[in-house]
Design a protein around this ligand. Structure first.
Ligand code: ZN
Ligand code: ZN
Length: 175
């Protein structure tokens, strides 16, 4: 782990080693490397960062919570592999009751982002796919923990993160 968090730190993680991190933009790459996105690392393109403990996020991440950041679609670039994305949507376990479409790498299964019908014009990316690991701790450090009511009992609220019992975002608001 590098100590200077202001400099990019891109460890080998998965099949690609061509991720990059610049002043205003950085990459997110799937596990096999076939899909690579570029996203803004500050506003207005970068809207917010949050953890979600909801039952849906636990299932879809095959883990205990999702670590997310919200990007305005006009600021999101597909660098490669867009044709290799597969999508799956449903609304049954989505807090808004509206459908959420998930975009996966069809080779390695990495969930790259989700798009909610209730939040048009935005994509929810995954902090864990971001190649510069120092961004996980700086500009992408989560600000909010939502659906804290669904958090697994052996985890506790993180100090300094705003705790929200349900959804932190109102559908069709300017999130
Ligand atoms: Zn992949
Ligand atoms: Zn969730």
């Amino acid at each position: 782990m590098s100590t200077d968090k202001s400099k990019p730190y891109i460890p080998l993680a998965g099949g690609a080693d061509d991720g990059w991190s610049q002043e205003h933009e950085a990459t997110a790459t799937c596990y096999c490397g076939g899909i690579q996105l570029a996203f803004p690392t500050q506003g207005p393109g970068l809207v917010d960062t949050f953890l979600c403990h909801c039952t849906d996020c636990r299932k879809i991440t095959a883990s205990m919570f999702a670590s997310n950041f919200i990007v305005v679609d006009s600021h999101l670039r597909h660098l490669r592999g867009r044709e290799n994305l597969k999508s799956y949507s449903q609304s049954r376990t989505i807090g808004s009751g509206k459908s959420m479409t998930n975009f996966f790498c069809s080779t390695c299964g990495s969930l790259m982002y989700r798009v909610g019908e209730a939040f048009p014009g935005h994509s929810i990316l995954r902090i864990g796919t971001v190649d510069d690991f120092n961004l996980h701790e700086t500009r992408l450090r989560p600000r909010i923990e939502q659906y804290a009511k669904d958090r697994v009992g052996w985890l506790h609220g993180i100090e300094g993160f705003e705790q929200v019992q349900g959804s932190a975002y109102r559908p069709k608001s300017s999130i």
